[in-house]
Design a binder for this molecule. Structure first.
Ligand code: AMP
Ligand code: MG
Length: 326
C-alpha cells in the first residue's frame, strides 16, 4: 500500500485569547497556512509575501527561481531572497555537517514517486548532491552536472522571518501564524498570556497532540516522519533524506521541534536534528545556546531541553518524559 499523508504538524490552540481576530487560511508551499491577527490589511501584505516567496522557492513550479536555477545548472544573478536563503542554507549545512543540505533535489525527486527507487538510481542521484559540490561566490552559483537546489527544508522558516518583519514593521503586537509545521508566535495573546502551541503526536491522526508549549515571541518549528510519507512492504518512507545514505533518514527520532528566535535557523535545525538522531542532536544543542528543542523518539520518549521545562507540558500517557541539560 502506498500513501502520502500531509497534515499540520503543529496545532494552534486556544485562539480565543486574540481579540477581534481576522483569520485567513491559504494553501501555499504545499501546505496549509493559517494567519491570525487583528488587522485585515496586514493579512493581505502577509499573503502577498507568501505568494512572492513561493515564486522564488517552489520546487514544483517550473517558473520559480529555484526551478530556473536547476534547469540551467546555476545562475549569474540571484534575487536578494535567494541569495539570502542560499547563504544561510550553506552556513547551516556546514554547521550541521550536512545533516541539513540544500542540494538534495535529485534525491528528493527520486523519492517523490511513492516507491522505493532502484539502488543504482540512488547511487546516481547521490553523486549529484552535496553542499560541498556547488560553487557559490555570493553572486554566481554553479551546480554540479545534474545537480539541483531544494530549499524545502528552510523555505517556510525563511518565509516566517519575512512575515515576522512585516508584523514588526506594522506595529502588530499580537499574532499567530502557522505555516505547516512552522509557527510564528508573535507577541502574546491579547490578554497578555502566552500563545499555546500543540506539539503533534506522531502516532496520532491529524490534530493529535502529545503536549503543549506556552510561548511568546518565538518561532516553533517541527520536522517529522509523519508529515509526508509512503508505506511499502510494511516500512515507512518519509520525506527527510539522509545525504549519506541517499534514503529517508533512519535515526531514532520521529519528530524534532525547535523553539527559537530565528525562523530560517529553526527550520534548518529541525530538519538537521531529525536526521542526526537523539544522541547527536543533544550534543548539537549542548554546543549551541540559541535554541531549545523537543525530541520524540521511536520508542516513545519525549526529550525536552532544559530551557523549555517551564513552558512544555506533556499530556499524553503514551510517552515518557526526559530532560536534557548542558
Ligand atoms: P522539513 O519539513 O523542514 O524538515 O523539510 C523537509 C523538506 O526539505 C523535504 O520535503 C525536502 O524538500 C527537503 N529535504 C529533505 N531532506 C533534507 C535534508 N537532509 N536537508 C535539507 N532539506 C531536506
Ligand atoms: Mg526544516
Amino acid at each position: 500500500m502506498k500513501k502520502i499523508i500531509l497534515f499540520l504538524t503543529i496545532i494552534i490552540l486556544f485562539l480565543s485569547g486574540c481579540a477581534r481576530n481576522t483569520h485567513e487560511t491559504v494553501f501555499a508551499m504545499d501546505t496549509v497556512m493559517d494567519l491570525t491577527l487583528n488587522d485585515g490589511d496586514v493579512i493581505d501584505t502577509l499573503t502577498g509575501e507568501i505568494a512572492r516567496l513561493e515564486n522564488i522557492f517552489s520546487p514544483t513550479r517550473d517558473d520559480s527561481e529555484v526551478s530556473r536555477i536547476n534547469a540551467h545548472g546555476g545562475a549569474d544573478v540571484l534575487s536578494p531572497d535567494m541569495q539570502n536563503a542560499l547563504k544561510k542554507s550553506m552556513g547551516y549545512a556546514a554547521e550541521t555537517g550536512g545533516a541539513f543540505d540544500p542540494t538534495l533535489d535529485p534525491l528528493v525527486k527520486l523519492w517523490s514517486h511513492e516507491a522505493v527507487p532502484k539502488r543504482a538510481d540512488i547511487a546516481d542521484a547521490l553523486v549529484k548532491c552535496g553542499y560541498l559540490n556547488i560553487k557559490y561566490d555570493g553572486t554566481r552559483l554553479t551546480l554540479p552536472r545534474g545537480g539541483g537546489l531544494n530549499l524545502g527544508g528552510i523555505a517556510k522558516g525563511y518565509t516566517s522571518d519575512v512575515l515576522k518583519k512585516v508584523l514588526v514593521d506594522n506595529s502588530i503586537k499580537s499574532a499567530i501564524l502557522s505555516l505547516g509545521g512552522n509557527v510564528v508566535a508573535h507577541g502574546s495573546r491579547s490578554d497578555g498570556t502566552p500563545w499555546v502551541v500543540g506539539v503533534a503526536d506522531p502516532d496520532g491522526g491529524a490534530n493529535a497532540t502529545l503536549g503543549t508549549l506556552r510561548v511568546s515571541d518565538k518561532f516553533v518549528i517541527a520536522s517529522g516522519d509523519y508529515e509526508r510519507y509512503f508505506m511499502q512492504d510494511g516500512r515507512r518512507y518519509h520525506h527527510i533524506i539522509d545525504a549519506h545514505s541517499g534514503a529517508p533518514s533512519t535515526s531514532d527520532l520521529r519528530e524534532a521541534v525547535i523553539v527559537c528566535e530565528d525562523g530560517a535557523m529553526g527550520d534548518a535545525y529541525s530538519t538537521a536534528l531529525f536526521v542526526m538522531g537523539s544522541t547527536r542532536a543533544i550534543e548539537f544543542w549542548r554546543a549551541h545556546n540559541n535554541f531549545e528543542m523537543i525530541l520524540v523518539t521511536k520508542n516513545h520518549k519525549v526529550i525536552v531541553s532544559k530551557g523549555l521545562l517551564d513552558s512544555f507540558t506533556l499530556d499524553n500517557g503514551g510517552y515518557s518524559y526526559e530532560t536534557c541539560a548542558r
